[in-house]
Design a protein around this ligand. Structure first.
Ligand code: ATP
Length: 600
């Protein structure tokens, strides 16, 4: 339905008389109810356990109640001071007879102390709830990302996730704290207004109506704050993305002399972020100024009315105190509402990533042992068809890797070699056809389980900023020292034992304290430590010099007849080792070159 039609809706349409296509009053109420129940405030509050939420509400009520009673106690106190005692309201007279001033003062101090204790407990409980919420969202988003399948992950932007997990979820926590403040302030304001209505109904009614008008005035401001919040989230993601990309591309930036451009891009992002922050601050400050002017007008009206109606001082003074307390509360309520509207889009951001990641979730496989194939690993008529591409990356390929043989995939760039390797490795599930291990067709859980039997070595090995030993143990936490040593020697990485700190040598950020060839041999050793049933080398030597390539080729050569190896490479020393070379083009197999006899 168009916006124009929506605007023509009358406020109330009885269900019996409604024109077709226009929701009647009951339906509109249901729509509004659904919007509130599915809105960010309720969604976020639902995340809290009921006892915790109830505890917070009780504390809020306690604070509000003590505030109201404290102000109310001013009435007999003023009377006992001799101020306008004759005009003491009837409800206060018994108190004035029962208590004397010292007793009332002690009660007042005890009340304020009790209120301070309640506020202390409330502030602690709020902080705990906020931190718990932040932890929960961070955990859920990260866990959902880690559990998502590779295809889903490769369609998402990594830096957006960093921005979401680090910055937006923090904003969400801050917004949640604002939401609790809003509730607390609304409860306190309610208590104050009830007391005021009791003291002087007519005057307080003017104040309450004025206050409600002010609250109604928050609505458009809230919408604006929401828009600014969305913009701020995007700016944060842009700055974080540009920072992440620039830091990763530092070598490229330096070698291409693009330092000034990198700084300018970052600066541009920061400027946009800054203007989004200033725009929000401006909107918040403007509405605060308007609130203060409105409050002054309201106070003047109340005093003028009080003087016209001859209200006694013992009532007027507490009323002014009540009103004076309402103004900062309204101010804080308005600021809190704007802050909340500003932070709430972070929830939609987090929810969107959660939904996408969960839609692409892989089935859990528990503690099942790796599969050990005895005969073959095969693809039967397997196809991968990426969205938005003219042709499949892998087009109905059938290929068998007999156990303990070495197969090389060659072909021009974009032929589909890596995609085929990812299918064999169980990283991608075919859109059509099957992965078949020892005659068993694997799907879902079976494919994820199969991945435990596979190890990859990529062109750019990922090494963590830790020692060589820690990098090895990351793959196989229970590996013993002799197992680590064997894997390193099998991967032609014996150089490690000549380093002064041996396996305890720190490799630097992303392994930058090692040469490319050394990094790659450690990555190979780490893969071998898993004793994989299928070892995939995807362009593993294409960035290395001849000596490093020869060292790796030597290590792979020693695995011949023992381990099943799949090599993705352009022609070179590794392909020379293959029992079979599979030539690919445009997602299909062009022909297979048998170098040695392979039993399929
Ligand atoms: N995540 C993806 N989304 C869309 N298309 C993709 C995706 N991954 C790969 N492709 C496309 O699939 C085709 C095959 O890619 P693949 O990486 O398998 O080729 P390759 O033979 O390994 O190339 P290279 O030798 O350059 O690494 C290419 O056209 C590529 O653009």
């Amino acid at each position: 339905m168009s916006k124009g039609v929506t605007k023509q809706w009358p406020a109330v349409w009885p269900c019996s008389a409604r024109p077709p296509h226009i929701p009647c009053v009951t339906q509109r109420a249901a729509i509004a109810r659904a919007a509130i129940m599915n809105g960010p405030a309720i969604t976020i509050l639902r995340g809290l356990p009921v006892p915790q939420l109830a505890g917070l509400l009780m504390l809020m009520l306690g604070v509000a109640l003590t505030e109201g009673v404290g102000i109310l106690a001013l009435v007999p106190m003023l009377a006992l001071l001799g101020q306008a005692a004759s005009a003491l309201p009837s409800w206060a007279e018994p108190f004035a007879r029962l208590v004397d001033l010292p007793m009332l003062l002690v009660f007042f101090v005890a009340l304020v102390a009790g209120r301070a204790a309640l506020q202390f407990a409330l502030s602690l409980a709020q902080q705990r709830a906020q931190l718990k919420l932040i932890d929960r969202w961070r955990h859920e988003v990260f866990a959902a990302l880690v559990r998502a399948n590779w295809r889903t992950l490769s369609a998402m932007r990594r830096s957006d996730h960093v921005s979401l997990i680090v910055t937006s979820i923090d904003r969400l926590g801050y917004g949640f704290s604002n939401l609790l403040q809003i509730i607390a302030m609304a409860v306190t304001l309610g208590a104050i207004w009830i007391v005021a209505l009791w003291l002087a109904p007519a005057l307080a009614a003017v104040a309450v109506v004025g206050g409600l008008i002010v609250i109604a005035g928050f609505i458009p401001l809230k919408r604006k704050a929401h828009r600014l919040g969305v913009a701020l989230g995007q700016r944060y993601a842009a700055v974080q993305g540009s920072l992440d990309e620039s830091l990763r591309a530092m070598r490229l930036i330096k070698s291409h002399g693009r330092e000034a451009a990198a700084i300018a891009t970052m600066q541009g992002g920061m400027t946009e972020l800054r203007s989004a922050q200033i725009a929000f601050h401006k909107a918040a400050s403007r509405s605060r100024a308007l609130l203060h002017v409105g409050a002054a007008i309201l106070l003047a009206t109340i005093i003028a009315l009080a003087s016209a109606r001859d209200v006694p001082t013992s009532v007027l003074l507490p009323l002014i105190v009540l009103f004076g307390r309402s103004v900062p509360l309204l101010d804080a309520l308005q600021q809190g509402t704007q802050q909340w509207a500003h932070s709430a889009p972070a929830l939609a951001e987090a929810q969107a990533v959660l939904d996408t990641a969960r839609a692409g979730a892989e089935p859990p496989v528990g503690d099942a042992l790796p599969v050990v194939p005895r005969q073959s690993i095969a693809l039967d008529n397997a196809t991968i068809d990426h969205d938005g591409r003219h042709r499949p990356a892998v087009d109905a390929i059938t290929l068998t890797l007999p156990v303990a043989t070495t197969t090389a995939l060659v072909g021009p760039s974009g032929a589909g070699k890596s995609t085929l390797a990812d299918l064999f490795g169980g990283l991608l599930e075919p859109d059509g056809g099957d992965l078949v291990v020892d005659g068993k067709r694997l799907r879902g859980e079976g494919t994820v389980h199969w991945r435990r039997s596979v190890a990859y070595v990529h062109q750019e090995p990922v090494l963590f900023p830790a020692s060589i030993r820690e990098n090895m143990l990351w793959a196989e936490p229970d590996a013993s020292d002799p197992q680590i040593e064997t894997a390193l020697r099998d991967a032609a990485a014996g150089f490690v034992f000549d380093l002064p700190s041996g396996v305890d040598t720190f490799v630097g950020d992303a392994g930058c304290q090692l040469s490319g060839g050394e990094r790659q041999r450690i990555a190979l050793a780490r893969a071998l430590l898993r004793d994989p049933a299928l070892l995939i080398l995807d362009e593993a030597t294409s960035a290395l010099d001849a000596a490093s390539e020869a060292a790796i080729a030597d290590a792979i050569g020693r695995m011949k007849g023992v381990r099943t190896v799949l090599i993705v490479a352009h022609r070179g020393m590794l392909t020379d080792l293959a029992d079979r070379i599979v030539h690919m083009r445009d997602g299909r197999i062009e022909h297979v070159e048998n170098r040695r006899k392979v039993v399929a």
